[in-house]
Design a protein. Structure first.
Length: 351
């Protein structure tokens, strides 16, 4: 069922009942562990559409330079996904593959809490990103053949990381961008300083760590340990929901340190950890976090709970996942409104 958003009398967006506009589906693609290449080959036109949209923010010459720096970083630290990204770059035959595989410029609001009937743990996820087209060009990959079991992720064709995942019978998880460190107090100088810092980090990106967890962690406990202990190239905030209603946690990370908040928790793009400081990401991070505290983890295909400030011009994805039920619902958004029909996927773990 499709719906739209409009501006209310105070200028804020809100969800509305269904309109007559036809919406596209989020395609479900069955893949093996090579899901980035498999999704690209199945939906290459979606990746080209995203790169076309990104070209308005990043001119071709800039993308060529960003690709060069990004690949040099991957080579410098012998990144395990380099060969895969090389293949994706050859398939696309245009700049952008390397930069967008390691790019980390979004905002998110997440919650991990027991289901309303207290029988399982659930993840609520909203992703914001400035680049247009990300909501309209979503795909769902059903991945089999991984060491720890299958998993489903909502992603984009050719993207090598994992930003949100539901692993039936194991856990659901999502990654938020962490605050930017304050080196000088001036935003753009701090941005440059943080980019230089990444160059010296021989660790995987947070999105590649979440991919590793999806592939290797057999349960909530193992996923939680890896997300706490594995060093990463840049700070991130992980939200994790397991099977039991008590298996919920938010893990705030720097490259080598972790602050852990067990229990029903929410996360946006500012630190809750005492003593950690930085530039919050996205629009009204504290307001989004406060609002998420009051949202019930229900499977509502209309996403009626998605309201400002969590809903904003940059919202691209809303998702609710329950690994015990093996169920995930997701919908894409653009600045003009709802961009896709609601995907309702049920995938039970093998006995």
């Amino acid at each position: 069922m499709s719906s739209a958003m409009t501006a209310s009398h105070d200028g804020k967006q809100s969800a509305l009942p269904p309109s007559d506009a036809a919406l596209s589906n989020i395609p479900v693609i069955e893949t093996g562990p090579d899901f980035p290449l498999a999704t690209l080959l199945a939906c290459k036109e979606r990746t080209h559409a995203l790169l076309d949209a990104a070209a308005h923010r990043y001119p071709r010459a800039a993308l060529v330079a960003l690709d060069k720096v990004s690949r040099a970083w991957l080579v410098r630290w012998d990144n395990e996904h380099l060969a895969e990204i090389d293949r994706i770059g050859r398939e696309l035959d245009r700049p952008g593959a390397y930069f967008f595989s390691v790019n980390y410029e979004w905002a998110c609001t997440c919650g991990a809490a027991p289901s309303p009937d207290n029988r399982s743990a659930r993840l609520i996820r909203v992703l914001d990103w400035r680049t247009p087209g990300l909501g309209a060009n979503l795909v769902c990959a059903k991945v089999t053949g991984a060491a720890a079991g299958p998993f489903a992720l909502v992603t984009w064709p050719g993207y090598t990381g994992v930003l949100q995942v539901m692993a039936p019978g194991r856990f659901s998880a999502a990654l938020n961008q962490a605050p930017m460190r304050k080196a000088t107090g001036l935003f753009y100088m701090d941005w440059a300083a943080n980019r230089r810092r990444v160059w010296s980090m021989p660790y995987p990106t947070p999105a590649h760590l979440l991919r590793k967890v999806s592939e290797e962690a057999r349960n909530f406990t193992e996923a939680r340990r890896l997300l706490i202990e594995q060093p990463i190239a840049t700070p991130g905030i992980f939200t994790l929901a397991g099977i039991d209603p008590r298996e919920t946690v938010v893990i705030e990370r720097t490259e080598r340190e972790a602050r852990v908040r067990d229990g029903a928790q929410v996360a946006a793009n500012h630190w809750e950890a005492a003593g950690w400081h930085g530039h919050a990401r996205g629009k009204n991070s504290p307001g989004r976090s406060r609002m998420m505290c009051g949202i019930k983890a229900e499977f509502d295909p209309a996403f009626a709970w998605l309201q400002p400030p969590i809903l904003n011009d940059f919202t691209r994805l809303a998702m609710v996942a329950d690994a015990k039920e093996g169920r995930m619902i997701a919908r894409g958004y653009e600045i003009t409104g709802v961009a896709t029909d609601t995907l309702d996927l049920t995938w039970h773990a093998a006995a």
